[in-house]
Write a protein that binds this ligand. Structure first.
Ligand code: PLP
Length: 401
């Protein structure tokens, strides 16, 4: 279901494209598109506001989709709400948690888990943001260092927030997020995890791990763009709504409003119905295929890349040093600029991502002004793609020398 281009219309319609930018966005599966199109063609209507048949169908489809998303991460559907994506989710969490005295993050954060905290007045200059460095060899943080920081800073549960991406969009390395959460909880910290780069590759059980907040986006997991999810183990009644309007209210006068209860009080306006339906199908499909098969299929692609010499390319180094284990491989050119290399490759029909990949602090540290060349793959990448990528990348790296 995931290991052939025929299921991914953009790949099927661009047969010469070697697409290695799945960490930016995976391709959308045809089953997702069919479900979305089915809504538009057969029961296009708003939800919960009509008693007629197609509106009922829409409401039911939304309930099913919500359950499908919740099931993938083993939580109740009452504990999740839809967002426009991980970025919106992290912004909401930063606003809710703005009174925390300090936020512990990793050096590998996407800007989406940095800027929302900065806008709440946090900063590393006054240690209201504490940054855990990652190891240049394997891309992991040091848990002993984290414990030392937590020990020093824990002066009450309200004070510390540990907010981090489980999987880096620069390295593809997945932190031991369960251990980080357990350690953080031991010292009374609140935990928020960005699973944006994790969800397509690794099983996530939020119930078992008792995380307070988690976020991810559908477009990184074969679903549509512009839709994501925010999970919280907190009672949504205790979180202040950040948006107001219709749909989230029980009653309104010109003097007062009574909001709905639970997660519904946070969801005013018409939901992104087609995208939510597509998101549900993407979750269902990943569950059906299973993470162990996905891993095997990704390993097959990696084997092809290695057999065509991804690990012996000229004029570059890989980051982290042990960087050939995940579905992301980041390469730093020794001479030349990453975007020049990306452009040379684009002319040959190879799509990779270059530059700072929205993770400025880490990429600045490891590459200076050069930026990285990020190769990210998925089960649908073929041996032919891998051969083309390695060939064109080697040529481009030599050309910029
Ligand atoms: N966090 C990580 C680790 C990411 O890789 C991304 C996107 O690349 C984001 C957050 C932002 O996700 P979105 O653009 O879907 O809001």
């Amino acid at each position: 279901m995931l290991d052939s281009k025929k299921y991914f219309p953009t790949l099927a319609n661009n047969p010469d494209l070697a697409y290695f930018d799945s960490a930016a966005s995976t391709q959308t599966h045809e089953a997702v598109l069919k479900a979305m199109n089915n809504y538009y063609c057969n029961f296009r209507s708003n939800t919960n506001r009509g008693e007629y048949d197609i509106s009922e169908r829409t409401s039911n489809a939304l309930d099913i989709a919500k359950q499908q998303v919740a099931d993938l991460v083993n939580v109740s559907s009452d504990s999740i709400m839809f967002t426009s994506g991980t970025t919106q989710g992290l912004n909401m969490i930063a606003r809710w948690m703005k009174d925390k005295k300090r936020i512990i993050v990793t050096e590998a954060e996407h800007n989406a888990n940095i800027v929302p905290w900065l806008t709440q007045g946090k900063s590393s200059a006054d240690e209201s943001i504490i940054v855990m460095p990652i190891n240049d060899f394997d891309g992991l943080i040091n848990l002993n260092e984290l414990e030392t920081i937590l020990e020093k800073t824990s002066d009450g549960w309200q004070d510390t927030m540990v907010s981090f991406c489980a999987t880096s969009n620069v390295t593809g390395v997945t932190q031991p997020w369960q251990d980080i959460a357990t350690l953080s909880h031991k010292y009374g910290a609140t935990v928020c995890i960005d699973f944006c780069q994790t969800i397509a590759h690794h099983e996530i059980d939020l119930k078992e791990n008792q995380i307070e907040f988690a976020v991810f986006s559908a477009h990184k997991m074969y679903g549509p763009t512009g839709i994501g999810v925010l999970y919280s183990s907190f009672d949504f009644n205790d979180l202040i709504p950040l948006y107001y309007g219709g749909g989230a209210v029980e009653s309104v006068t010109f003097d007062s409003v009574i909001l709905k209860q639970g997660v519904n009080k946070h969801c005013p306006g018409t939901p992104d119905i087609a995208n939510i339906i597509g998101f549900g199908v993407a979750c269902e499909m990943i569950k059906y295929v299973g993470y162990s098969l996905i891993k095997l299929q990704e390993l097959d692609v990696l084997k092809h890349l290695l057999s065509y010499g991804i690990d012996v390319l000229p004029n570059c180094r890989v980051f982290p040093a042990n960087g050939f284990e995940d579905s992301v491989i980041s390469i730093i050119p020794i001479t030349g600029h990453s975007s020049d290399i990306g452009q040379l490759m684009a002319h040959t029909g190879v799509a990779v991502r270059t530059g700072k990949v929205c993770a400025h602090p880490l990429v600045d540290r490891i590459s200076g002004s050069k930026g990285i060349i990020r190769i990210s793959f998925a089960p649908y990448n073929t041996e032919e793609d891998c051969e083309k990528l390695c060939r064109e990348l080697a040529i481009a790296l030599v050309k910029v020398k």
